[in-house]
Design a protein around this ligand. Structure first.
Ligand SMILES: Nc1ncnc2c1ncn2[C@@H]1O[C@H](COP(=O)(O)OP(=O)(O)OP(=O)(O)O)[C@@H](O)[C@H]1O
Length: 326
């Protein structure tokens, strides 16, 4: 199993000035991840725990007020680990779209409303692939859509002529035109009905199967993780609190937060609504001492209020950051 992307104690904070005072939002706060190639890797957690920010950092797009504070991000490019956040910006351009690409949150609004889909595809290829004539770009786009099971006729449409689900699939096709080895997808199924969600899931699975690459999916929806991911990490308050294969996470969740996330999933035959997690995630500006989950944890012990648990391996490839569970 080869690692395609890894982070070591990665920290990136939003630094804001508010009424003359500095406010620091610790959105990515000491992340250690090792993501293998040829997997669909999920990152789960409630809204506001830092998932989207982590994806921005993994793509190495840190624009103010987001700032790299500490730690490292490595891409395994041709069997060399590149220290991405310490590489010159010009150097990083060669990775974007060809090695690593990004499907942004709400991507169905990404397409230019006054241009045919075809023109967006051609412009993208023109700016990223050299030495081709226009016809070749068109052939490449048609071939790619066919490969993904999408109709090439879509290229002749304007975005408003496509359904929300179809627009999302077109943006996914656009992000994968250059066959990247890593695809980062931010909430790719959010705001879609279940039929459109299913089509997006099938498309992502098909892409992974065809390219044999790695897809990293961020979503708060544990149901989506269960359907598509093969390995996953649970994020809480800017940190990873548990990671394992998706099967293991659902069969044997160890962290009380993971258990809550799974318990709150609806089941067929439920007579009453499922209970959500009590309380809400802490402010990332002033985190509680010790384990950030302790104020919401029914099993919290005195140690949880004073010391911060680290992510420890408890069985093969199953890691958890919890004094009670490890
Ligand atoms: N551009 C920004 N400037 C300042 N703070 C930000 C910015 N973007 C996000 N944040 C803050 O960073 C924290 C983490 O947000 P992030 O969007 O990464 O979480 P998330 O888990 O992806 O949640 P969601 O699913 O709601 O996007 C939140 O407190 C959020 O308010």
């Amino acid at each position: 199993m080869s690692i395609i992307l890894k982070t070591e104690n990665l920290k990136a904070f939003y630094i804001l000035k508010y009424l003359g005072e500095e406010r620091v939002i610790k959105a990515v706060n000491g992340i250690n991840l090792e993501i293998p190639e040829n997997e669909i890797y999920g990152i789960a957690g409630e809204s506001g725990c830092g998932k989207s920010t982590l994806l921005k950092v993994l793509l190495a797009t840190l624009d103010p007020p987001l700032k790299h504070i500490d730690g490292s991000l490595y891409y395994n490019f041709d069997n060399n680990f590149i220290d991405v956040l310490r590489s010159p910006k010009e150097e990083l351009k060669k990775f974007r779209w060809k090695f690593i690409s990004y499907i942004p949150q709400g991507s169905m609004h990404v397409l230019n409303p006054v241009k045919k889909v075809k023109d967006t595809f051609l412009e993208f290829l023109e700016s990223h692939v050299k030495e081709k004539d226009k016809k070749d770009y068109l052939e490449l786009s048609i071939e790619h859509l066919r490969e993904l099971g999408l109709s090439p006729e879509t290229l002749e449409a304007y975005p408003h002529q496509l359904s929300g689900g179809m627009r999302q699939r077109v943006v996914i096709a656009l992000s994968t035109l250059l066959h990247p080895q890593i695809i980062l997808a931010d909430e790719p199924t959010t705001a879609l009905d279940v039929v459109a969600q299913r089509a997006v899931i099938q498309l992502l699975k098909r892409i992974q199967n065809t390219l044999q690459n790695t897809i990293i999916i961020v979503t708060h929806d544990m149901g989506i993780h269960a359907q598509i991911t093969t390995k996953m990490a649970i994020m809480y308050a800017g940190k990873i609190v548990e990671s394992a294969s998706t099967k293991e996470i659902f069969k044997n969740p160890l962290h009380p937060y993971t258990k809550y996330l799974i318990q709150s999933l609806p089941h067929i035959g439920d007579k009453e609504p499922r209970e959500g997690i009590q309380g809400s995630p802490p402010s990332l500006i002033s985190l509680p001492p010790g384990c950030a989950f302790h104020p919401r944890c029914p099993y919290a012990q005195p140690i949880c209020k004073s010391e911060e648990p680290t992510l420890k391996e408890v069985s093969s490839e199953h890691k958890v950051a919890c004094f009670i569970a490890s």
